[in-house]
Design a binder for this molecule. Structure first.
Ligand SMILES: [Zn+2]
Length: 416
């Protein structure tokens, strides 16, 4: 056996595997449509498992359908060092979101197999069920059950638009495992992922060492004015809910700019009532999504948002109901995992930077119960959740080498 430091992954094999999974449930425009727990999802899972068995891995599936493929270590008492992500996609999804993290984990294990390297702790690849949340809401539900954020009965009962539930569909495709979700130990979880944003590309860095995930708060806002005739109602004294909404949307934008560069804020959904061209809109519903990696700053954004909305509503002579429907605090990844990734990146000589994840990931759930971090690689134009999503083979290979060496560090801690 050679020096473990010299071991490198096979970038071509990684790329070919990503392309092979991408053929299952092909999209119309070069991406994939492989919704959670469909026949296509089963086919992707089956192919992944067959690849894992080829290199001698054992497979364990829990009762949320999460798959753990294990390569034994010298000491089977130690909790495994786990790499992975998800294989499900958006309806118009790309070939890389999630898939890369699973197959980078597999490529790391294949490389250990090729070079006959045995780690102290076992090493594993995990596939989390229904990360995307597009067939079954909410997203990241199976990693959420693993982390104790959701009850399993609640998760099993979530249904798609045809009324089929996660529990039924897990059984139908043969992925309702025996092990209770959450019982499979994880010594550390490393998730490799495309960035899904433009920062690494703009900074010309190949690797993002992810130090945590943003906090986010979601709001439903209902503005109530008064329907009235568009021709005969003078401008003074109108109670126009849509004009108020327009001011609020522009305030939401300014709020994020005030907390730059890390904050983001979005009004993504709006409905206007009665939605008639010659009636002043009496009611508007809209959603607000604010995010910041820093909890005190997020709390300040939330309080400023509330004050601005109340002032604006008063000024326009309308009323509103503002409901905060979700409050997810920022997450900080584990120092040991961050250090393992950063050291591997340095040793391998890749350009890199620390980065905060703008999107939610399974790692942002599991980090509540196990040491966790993520490795980001650039994707073209920062584009994701789009069939045009793409990434450079060299960047995918670099991220996979970082993953392999960070896994080796963590799996050999305390070992010889
Ligand atoms: Zn993803």
């Amino acid at each position: 056996m050679g020096d473990k430091q010299d071991v490198r992954v096979n970038g071509q094999r990684l790329w070919d595997s990503i392309m092979a999974i991408g053929e299952i449930g092909p999209g119309q425009h070069g991406g994939s449509c492989r919704l959670a727990l469909t026949d296509e999802d089963r086919e992707g899972r089956d192919l992944f498992i067959s690849w894992c068995r080829e290199i001698g891995c054992s497979i364990e599936i829990d009762d949320m359908g999460n798959i753990f493929a294990r390569r034994a270590g010298r000491n089977s008492e130690l909790a495994p060092i786990v790499a992975g992500s998800h294989l499900d996609t958006q309806p118009h999804g790309g070939k890389f979101d999630g898939i890369y993290g699973v197959l980078a984990g597999l490529e790391a294990l294949r490389t250990l197999h090729d070079h006959d390297v045995t780690t102290e702790a076992p090493v594993e690849v995990v596939v989390w069920t229904n990360e995307e949340g597009s067939r079954f809401a909410p997203a990241m539900i199976a990693s959420g059950v693993y982390a104790g954020l959701f009850e399993k009965d609640y998760a099993w009962a979530r249904s798609d638009s045809d009324g089929k539930t996660i529990g039924e569909e897990l059984k139908r495709i043969g992925y309702m495992g025996e092990v209770a979700c959450g019982e499979h130990p994880i010594g550390a979880l490393l998730e490799a992922h495309i960035e899904q944003g433009p920062i690494l590309e703009a900074q010309q860095n190949q690797i993002g060492v992810v130090i945590g995930g943003q906090g986010q708060r979601w709001y439903d806002l209902r503005i109530k004015g008064q329907d009235s005739h568009a021709g005969s109602t003078p401008m003074p004294g109108r109670r126009d809910a849509l004009v108020t909404a327009a001011e609020i949307i522009s305030m939401v934008q300014s709020l994020a700019m005030d907390f730059a560069p890390q904050a983001v804020a979005t009004v993504g959904e709006m409905s206007v009532h009665p939605n008639s061209r010659n009636t002043i809109p009496g009611e508007v519903f809209l959603t607000i999504d604010i995010r910041n990696p820093d909890e005190p700053a997020l709390a300040r954004m939330a309080s400023e948002l509330r004050t601005c909305i109340i002032d604006c509503v008063d000024k326009n002579g309308v009323e509103c109901d503002l409901d905060e429907i979700w409050d997810k605090p920022p997450v900080q990844f584990h120092a040991d995992c961050i250090a393992a990734i950063e050291d591997a990146t340095r040793t391998l000589g890749y350009s890199h930077q620390q980065i905060v994840s703008g999107a939610g990931h399974d790692a942002c759930q599991v980090c509540l119960v196990a040491p966790t971090s993520m490795i980001f690689v650039p994707c073209a134009g920062g584009l994701s959740h789009n069939e045009q999503e793409s990434a450079e083979p060299a960047d995918l290979e670099a991220g996979c080498n970082v993953l392999l060496h960070a896994m080796l560090t963590l799996a050999n801690r305390g070992g010889k």
